[in-house]
Design a binder for this molecule. Structure first.
Ligand SMILES: Nc1ncnc2c1ncn2[C@@H]1O[C@H](COP(=O)(O)OP(=O)(O)OP(=O)(O)O)[C@@H](O)[C@H]1O
Ligand SMILES: [Mg+2]
Length: 232
């Protein structure tokens, strides 16, 4: 469904991603793991189009997309949940969800019910300003805001960051359920071992802008190896 070939991208003419190859099949949940600063968020931004590719290709559903704006990639069904969530703090929960629905020209009742079915906390907090929610609630809102537009692929950048462990488990469970129910493909960036194990079917390990290892599901149980890949 998604592949990159020799992808190089970075800032100010200096590449952070040093020729990256990855492949994700339709319906998979794949994690990209690695230490701070190795280029995980740069990868996500370059997949959605917020950081331009300097070289290489990004193919989404058999179509090269590396030349398309983020807006056009979103229209093709790619949803992006940024690190730190970036909900609109002064808007209500409902208004944040409405922004997510603008791509489709509005949020229908069915869309709203679908999102609230996965994230019931958002219904309780519907009229509350997003900036007053807890980190875990904001994360659910950020995912809900993407979900309302019915993406085929969700890019999720460090969903566990700054969130209590029990909520991390809740969010992981909901995402796995969503994947089972709808077949949505998920690429997540993570450093939290619990989140990785609860969600990922397999992993790429990123270091200094390169894929240095690929781990299948069974390898995720190896705590020592996982810590080695993630240790600072
Ligand atoms: N806007 C920017 N301008 C210049 N350099 C940047 C910018 N954003 C990130 N970088 C640099 O690019 C490198 C990779 O950053 P990136 O944010 O992709 O790492 P990361 O793996 O997501 O880290 P973390 O785990 O801390 O989120 C770092 O050296 C960082 O300082
Ligand atoms: Mg990051």
């Amino acid at each position: 469904m998604l592949s990159t070939l020799g992808l190089r991208a970075g800032y100010g003419g200096k590449p952070v991603l040093q020729g990256l190859d990855l492949d994700v099949r339709e319906g998979e949940i794949v994690a990209v793991i690695g230490r701070n600063g190795v280029g995980k968020s740069t990868l996500m931004k370059s997949l959605i189009g917020l950081v331009p590719a300097m070289e290489g290709s990004i193919v989404y559903r058999d179509k090269p997309v590396e030349g398309l704006s983020a807006f056009k990639r979103a229209r093709l069904g790619i949803g992006y949940v940024p690190q730190g969530r970036d909900v609109f703090p002064r808007l209500s929960v409902g208004e944040n969800i409405a922004v997510g629905g603008m791509r489709k020209g509005g949020v229908s009742d069915a869309d709203r019910r679908r999102v609230l079915g996965y994230f019931p906390i958002l219904e309780e907090r519907w009229a509350q300003r997003a900036g007053t929610l807890s980190g875990g609630q904001q994360q659910q809102l950020a995912i809900g805001r993407v979900l309302v537009a019915n993406p085929s692929l969700i890019l999720l950048d460090e969903p566990s960051e700054g969130i209590q462990p029990n909520i991390v488990q809740d969010i992981a469970r909901i995402m796995v359920q969503l994947n089972k129910d709808t077949g949505v493909t998920i690429v997540l960036v993570e450093q939290n071992i619990d989140m990785i194990r609860a969600m990922a079917q397999r992993c790429y390990v990123l270091d200094k802008g390169r894929i240095v290892a690929k781990l299948e599901r069974e390898a995720l149980a190896d705590g020592e190896a996982m810590r080695r890949h993630l240790a600072v």
